[in-house]
Structure formats: C-alpha cells, structure tokens
Design a protein around this ligand. Sequence first.
Ligand code: ADP
Ligand code: MG
Length: 327
Amino acid sequence: MSMQSDLELVSLTKRYGDALAVDAISHHFKAGVYACLLGPSGCGKSSTLRMIAGHESVSDGSIVLGGRDVSHLPPAKRGTAMMFQSYALFPHLSVRDNVAFSLRMAGVDKATRLKRADEMLALVEMQKYADRKPDQLSGGQQQRVALARALITRPQVLLLDEPLSALDPFLRIRMRSELKKLQRELGISFIHVTHGQDEALALADEIIVMNNAVIEQSGPAREVFNAPRTAFVARFMGGHNVLDLPQGKFALRSDEMVVTPAAAGKIDGRVSGIEYQGTHVALTATVAGEQDVTALIPEAQFFETPRDLGEVIGLGWDERAAHPLAS
Ligand code: ADP
Ligand code: MG
C-alpha cells in the first residue's frame, strides 16, 4: 500500500497565451479522498488535472503533495499517476507489457517489472488476459488495463480524466462501482474529472464544482447537492429549480415541490409539461416571470390527481427546503 499524503493546490493558475484556463484556484485534498472535479466542458478541469500530474506547466501558484512542492517536478517524480481520457494502450504490446511499461522506462529489471505487472493485473482481475493485445479486449477490459498501468508506479494520488466517458451506459455504471471499490482497497486519493453530476454524486466523497476557470463550490457530495450556493451549482447539479421571486432568488429541489389546487400553494403556475419517468412524473409549470418550475411527483400520487397541460395549479414547499442563492 502506498504512503498517504494530502494534496494542496495553492492559487494554481494556467494561462494559454492570453487565455486564463485556471484562475488561482486553491483546494486541500485530504489523503485517501475520492474527489470529483465537476463542471461543464471548457471550465478548466483537464488543465487542473494535467498540472497536478506534471503534463502541463504551472503558470502561477503551486502544487504541494505531502508537504513537498512538486509544481516543477517531472511527472514520474511526483507521486501522482494519470489515467487519460483515451486509454491509449500501446497496440503492439501485450497487456502485461503495457502495464509494465513505465517500470521499463524507469530501468526496473525484467523479472521484477513482470512480477509487479502481474500483481497489478490481479488487482483489476485481468490476470488471464495478460498475453492478449489491447485490440483483443472489450472497452471495459481495456480500461482496467489502463488502470493497472497507472497504478503500477504506486502513486499517492491517481488522476483520472473522464475515465468512463468512452463506455456504454451499462458498463459505465459497473465500472464506476469498480473504481470506487478499488479506491477504498488502495486507500490512495483519486481525483476524477467528470462533466456528469450523476457520476460525481455516485462516486465522490467530495465534489469540487468548477465554472469559468474557478472553483464555484466544494464540499461533501450531499452538501453540494442539497445546499448549492449559486444558481450555477443548483442548475448544474440538477434536480433543482432556481426561482427568482420578490423575496429573493433560491434553489428548491424538484422532489420537494408540492402540487396543490390553484391559489392553495405559495405560487400559481400553468402546466407546460408532463413527463412520465417510471418511478416519478416530472410536471413542469410556468410561473410568474416566465420561469419554468419542475415538480417531481411519485407516480402513484400523480395518477391519483392527474393534471392536464394548460391547467393552472398551485405550487407549495416547506420553507426549510428553500436555499437562498448568492447569484
Ligand atoms: P475542461 O477539461 O474542463 O473541458 P480544459 O482544461 O481542457 O477544460 O480547457 C480549459 C480552457 O483552456 C478551454 O477554454 C480550452 O479551450 C483551453 N485550452 C485547453 N488546452 C489548451 C491548450 N493546450 N492550448 C490553448 N488553450 C487550451
Ligand atoms: Mg477535459
């Protein structure tokens, strides 16, 4: 098992020419955390990850791992390892040689590196494929090999850039539980970049939401979901309505909305959408100011009092469910 270390980003900045891709972000990752960097395309997630890995230079600020400033060390000297967006296995090498590759580069003798490669393949349950070539593997199997290849250097921090994006939805869900299990077994930190909020919620001890090159909010997954601080976070996490009313702007979970007869709730709205979702029905209503509000209603409850498009309804909620927003 690897040594455990906290990772600290201090005013970390990335500029590409005049463009600011990462704007002085600071964050403390506790040792052994499963952290997800979450945000829309272009917000600076990959740049942040690549700077941590040492595959991209730091424009300003620093990266401190286990109390040591690693900002200017080469990737192999940092104690980090990166699993790339595309797994990029070497097609001409066997699975075992792919996994052993970085040890070969480091000059480790053949017997040792093959033994370590077999240990890593056992860890990801791929021993029996050791002699195959990458193109003889499924997408999920290739991904496990890529993981083994990243882990063989015994990193303190594993960096994963959208590791599940190339998989079909079924495999994606299976692989994400395997990632979580592996992280628990190894006890090292995983920093996982994703633009999918469901993936972040499913995996992360801590979610770091990025937007426009800065960290918009960070915290435990439940806290970020239940108490979004900004309209952006509420919208991006999904499952929330952002309501701008005379008393202020706030976020309100769709499953906390109560549908009432007209004038019996807090506000009235006209039903503009009804979507059957299996366990729930998503009812959308347009309220004052042309704002769309979604109420997620358990399906049995909806069909007890079905609503029609165009119908005027009331919408209510418990005051405690309304979270004021900063912007
Ligand atoms: P994300 O991973 O969140 O999609 P990136 O870190 O890849 O975001 O990109 C952040 C911003 O930096 C984007 O505007 C992107 O176009 C720009 N960018 C990324 N890589 C480069 C590069 N090598 N040269 C110039 N601009 C880049
Ligand atoms: Mg990216």
